[in-house]
Design a binder for this molecule. Structure first.
Ligand code: 4NP
Length: 158
């Protein structure tokens, strides 16, 4: 029996990048007919319970995706066993995720852009202090990663 993949996307605030990564992955999985669970979280507690940044909401809406109902949350110890994969949006997030890992963690933890051949080690740059163009660049990165990840999950390479 194969386990349904469950993927948690983690950035710092869970209002800019990781909600877009979650939305892009949901879209790519649905289009490919892949059954998967997706969620997002932040390493920081700044925006718990808050909706995504308005610029992320706009970026998703331009692709016909409604993320208005998403709410910020912080990564928790249970996430390390309830998800099969945890993807960090940048290397600082990756360090924080690894540092907090409880004993018995089972999720595979990696940098999101590592799923794209040739882009290993790259960050999804934080657009928080930028403008709408920076959020469009975030979308380009996370949607490319989402498609690569769905392809990997479909072929059982991850
Ligand atoms: P995110 O962006 O990690 O992509 O959600 C940020 C959101 C908020 C803050 C930093 C980054 N902040 O410092 O409040």
């Amino acid at each position: 029996m194969t386990t349904t993949p469950s993927v948690l996307f983690v950035c710092l605030g869970n209002i800019c990048r990781s909600p877009l990564a979650e939305a892009a992955f949901r879209k790519a999985a649905a289009e490919a007919g892949l059954e998967a669970i997706a969620d997002s979280a932040g390493t920081a507690a700044y925006h718990i319970g808050r909706p995504p940044d308005p610029r992320s909401i706009t970026t998703a809406a331009r692709r016909g995706i409604d993320i208005l109902g998403y709410r910020g949350r912080q990564i928790s110890p249970e996430d390390y066993t309830s998800f099969t994969h945890i993807y960090a949006l940048d290397s600082a997030n990756l360090r924080d995720i690894r540092r907090r890992a409880p004993d018995g963690a089972t999720a595979e933890i990696a940098l999101l852009m590592d799923v794209i051949e040739g882009r290993e080690g790259q960050p999804v740059i934080d657009p928080y202090h930028g403008g709408q163009d920076d959020f469009e660049a975030t979308w380009a990165d996370v949607s490319a990663a989402a498609e690569a990840l769905v392809a990997r999950l479909l072929t059982g390479r991850d």
